[in-house]
Write a protein that binds this ligand. Sequence first.
Ligand code: HEM
Length: 274
Amino acid sequence: MPSASPGADWLHDLPLAPGSPDLRMGTRALDVTQWLPVDDKTPAEIELRKQLLAEHGSDVARIVPGHETGLTELTSLIEIHLQRRLDPEVGAPVDQLAVATAEDMLVMWRDEKHWRLIGGTLLFPNQWNLNDKIGKTVAAIHAPVDGYSELLEARVDQFFDRLSAARPVWRRNWFFHQDPTFYQPNRMIESPVFSIAEVEQLYIRSEWQTLRRLAFSGLIIFTVKTQVEPITELKARPALAEQMCVFLESASARSLENKDATDRHVAIIDYLRS
Ligand code: HEM
């Protein structure tokens, strides 16, 4: 039995309630003091972000012109929250944001009809990139998500309209991945997994996401904290591992697909129960 490292205790927050519906809003009230949390991995993650920013520049951090005031409001909010100034030597304001925290921050703006992505920072993308999605509506951004238009689109649009600056929220997603790399800007084809030895090479990748409206500009900031742990950390927590097995046993084909667990779930269950 592998031993559990405390740095992976966030695994206990994975949403593992079994059964339908396949896709959930899963939003919960956020205590703002918990926004942008710092943990023992944060310094190394910020170093990695600095490298990625130097390599990829405006492909990973940019804002559509015309929204500078909103960006200034976001910067002030972050400075107050972190109780320190962002580093002006890093470069443009959006570059400073990119390396100020371990979180990615996507900026949403409402035109006459729709909420749209107008930029932000995306250094730890989970198989998507800013160039493909910038300027798009929330619905268009989610076009590749099977079931989104049917189950979530109307609810998310309405949720955005009603989100108040006083009541930010959080949600969490998770996936089984073969590659633990944080910077994954392109869709990857995951292979089927049949043996226990192959399962042991898998990782759980999860995003702790928050949504917060800025009081003056009205922009909505979507933050994404990416966390990756080897599946052995799940195995090291037997009660949680059993919860995962129950989830996988009852999940629909669409839900398994959404978790990158298709053609793997049987082997994963065998491993977690062995
Ligand atoms: C309450 C708000 C939101 C909900 C309920 C939601 C829901 C979802 C769900 C269910 C998925 C499938 C993967 C997963 O389980 O996370 C997804 C994927 C995704 N979401 Fe959201 N989302 C929300 C807000 C946003 C925002 C503001 C953005 C802005 C960039 C965004 C960008 C994406 C992207 C890029 C994907 C991957 C799409 C792809 O496969 O290409 N989401 N979202």
